[in-house]
Design a protein around this ligand. Structure first.
Ligand code: AMP
Ligand code: MG
Length: 312
């Protein structure tokens, strides 16, 4: 039988109660988590990340009931939450943006002054334990400096924030940020692709949804910046034949490499390896990062979304 590591979460809870930030593992990527009700705690997240204050944070809660303290869930939002959020069997990484319940206590800095709130129930035992013990909402953007690659291991977080207390939950299982869907009135807009695909959502709701345009001025998703998730080295997409100076990230049997996102061409596996290989490639003694073509369907859309924002 597998040994379960017992974590003493009390020190982390004390840090959160003091309005400070911790590194928190989730199913998607590591987050910089702090009390979403405290302007000071939230300001520390923005400062640590050098994140522009117009880019709102995802608020993490323990369950749908807690989410409903802060957001108005219409029928579509409820259906999605019941289907995708823990403890449902199908639980996966979906953030739902809904109208904010006025005066429910979330720092307006965390929402960048918007009248909507992005809520998510992470599907990760440690994150859920922390949320249960802390008994409050946690603002938790990815634990990386703004615009840089997302962290999928505690070491990635440590490298960026050496002083930060980090709860080490091992490598994240999904390895790519949550899908974001905007649900308000009769509007359903996919703001960010992820492991939960547009087709998955359409199947659950039995409706078609629209995709948000990537543009820096979009009010709906101010954080959907064109430039994001970028490594320090130039990143080139759709490379079938790498140059000698390239750190090459392959995909499938047709584009092999020592760093292959998935030898069998499995897109979910590829999404899980994406940031880890980008981190590795970024620290190699090479001039640029070249990446094999990735099919632009299903989860491939999430991978290409991240790559195109990181590409030079
Ligand atoms: P990150 O925390 O880096 O995963 O980014 C969070 C994403 O959620 C950003 O793209 C934000 O713009 C988006 N987001 C957060 N809150 C809202 C909101 N109220 N409305 C629309 N998008 C949001
Ligand atoms: Mg991020």
């Amino acid at each position: 039988m597998m040994q379960k590591t017992i974590f003493n979460l009390d020190p982390m809870i004390s840090i959160l109660n003091a309005g400070k930030v911790i590194g928190l593992p989730t199913d998607t990527v590591y987050g910089l988590a702090a009390d979403a009700r405290s302007d000071c705690a939230v300001a520390e997240i923005y400062a640590l990340k050098s994140r522009p204050s117009f880019n709102p944070l995802i608020i993490h809660v323990h369950d749908l009931q807690k989410a409903q303290l802060y957001g108005h869930f219409n029928e579509d939002a409820l259906r999605l939450a019941h289907y995708f959020w823990a403890p449902a069997k199908t639980a996966s990484a979906l953030t739902i943006v809904v109208p904010y319940k006025n005066a429910s206590g979330i720092s307006s800095l965390a929402m960048a002054g918007l009248d909507t709130i992005a809520l998510r129930v992470p599907n990760h035992p440690l994150a859920l334990d922390v949320l249960a013990k802390f008994d409050g909402p946690l603002a938790a953007p990815s634990a990386n400096p703004s615009n840089y690659l997302s962290p999928t291991t505690a070491n990635h977080v440590r490298a960026a924030f050496p002083e930060l207390p980090i709860l080490d939950g091992g490598a994240c299982t999904l390895g790519i940020e949550s899908t974001i869907i905007w649900c308000q009135d009769n509007n359903l807009v996919l703001l960010r692709p992820g492991i939960v695909t547009q087709q998955d959502i359409e199947q659950v709701l039995e409706k078609t949804i629209t995709k948000a345009k990537t543009d820096n001025t979009s009010i709906r998703s101010p954080g959907a910046l064109k430039k994001h998730y970028a490594p320090k080295k130039p990143l080139i997409m759709n490379v079938k034949t790498p140059l000698p100076g390239d750190a090459y990230i392959g995909f499938g049997p047709d584009y092999p490499s020592a760093m292959n996102l998935s030898e069998t061409g499995d897109l979910k596996e590829a999404a899980g390896n994406l940031f880890r290989y980008l981190h590795t490639a970024d620290t190699q003694n090479k001039q640029r990062i070249a990446i094999a073509p990735i099919p632009d369907s299903g989860i491939g859309q999430a991978i290409n979304d991240r790559l195109s924002r990181g590409a030079k």
